[in-house]
Design a protein around this ligand. Sequence first.
Ligand code: BGP
Length: 480
Amino acid sequence: MIYKNNPLFPANFMWGASSAAWQVEGAVNEDGRTPAIIDLNSKTKKPFADNSVASDHYHHYLEDIALMKEAGFTSYRFSIAWPRIYPDDSFEPNQLGIDFYNHLIDALVKNGIEPIVTLYHYDMPVWVDEKYDGWYGRGIIDAFDQYARTCFKEFGDRVKYWLSINEQNMQICYGDWLGVCKNEATWFHDKWKVNHIMNLCHAKAVIACHELVLDGKIGPVPGYVPIYPSSANPEDQIAAMNAEELTEKVWNDFYTFRKYNGFIRSYWKEHHIDPDIQAGDMALIEQAKIDFFALNCYRSNVAKECSLTETEQKQQLNKTGRKGEFVYPKFPGLYQLTNNPYVETNDWDWEIDPVSLRYMLRYVWDHYGLPMMITENGYGAHEDISADGKVHDPERIRFLRNQIFQVGRAIQDGCQVIGYNPWSYTDLLSTGNGMAKRYGLVFINTTDDELRDLKRIPKDSYYWYSRLIKSNGQDWGEET
Ligand code: BGP
């Protein structure tokens, strides 16, 4: 279908898709890899599968890249598993781990696909956790710096787009869910110390990338959930601003301006929080000038005023995929979140809001003026193979069509967007719902209960997306 005013995408726009090592690779004990904290975390998410096999991309990467090529991908965003590169505290890099990523990167480059690489997508080696107390101890800063430098030296001749830490803001906001928080009782205070240490690791990676990678570019990957006020009540607008600060703006201001903004400094003072900023920290951070924003965006939220007389309520994610289980949080004096009557939701109560992408891109461009790429955006669903042997996913096609169209609108609005890499390329493990919540353009034949043959079956959305990207965003297909 040709829409009225079809948006135009720039000539070198990077069309691809996304993944993360722990969710896609499997082979957790192979070629010298040692356990990561997320391996242990994934075992706590029963009855869903853990990450020991996942999509077995480790053994199928050539086949996976061949399908990318066939679809017309010009980029692929994936992450490196730290414990494959540094499996123990001998600080000797593991050549077999390096070889795996060299082969992967070589195959991408050979097929004209730009690698976009995340350094950290939740797979901290267990040895780092044990030796340095994970993100709680400052020992991780040098260990991360060494790991990042090794990646830049080994892969930087072919990888020019680097991403530092995936969804640092979400790791802090949902510390328990993502395995970062070690003590729920003290997390309110601890999280800002942990966050500061993550900021130092991010800064080290940015500095090292610019030092070691010729023409290398690096950016952060915030998880972005645009927040609208629930009404024109000015107090609801302030509530939306508070929510924005405490879930994303504090981080995005920090990455761009390389200092903590006034809102968070005042919040820390009011709540007697000491983030443990030590001498020299801010001078280091000052040098870490990012080149772009990589943005993950799936949904939007609505905020309204929350008076001081309300009782605090923790957000409870829907962890089952049965609609209606999501519990909106309340933070008395700051904000509460509520439902949005204008948008639909998926089985996990995530808002389906294509306009949120245009809103986010406009917002980030207006505030920070840096190039942006979408590194995650997608539709999670329960799916299986149909009787005809194919996988039909019309809802995902509808989702992608509407969302990508809004990316185009944002480009028309004047935003500089350089790529779109939805989540996910193949089916892979969901953070908390194993294979039960599938996002892929390509189906992986396995389930949480039964390890099947892991066959790759391109879904209807794969073919739809392929036509769109081969036409550089002009062939939108027939609307169903
Ligand atoms: C993002 C993460 C991804 C991915 C995605 C979907 O926050 O960066 O790793 O998992 O969310 O989330 P979920 O798997 O919980 O549906």
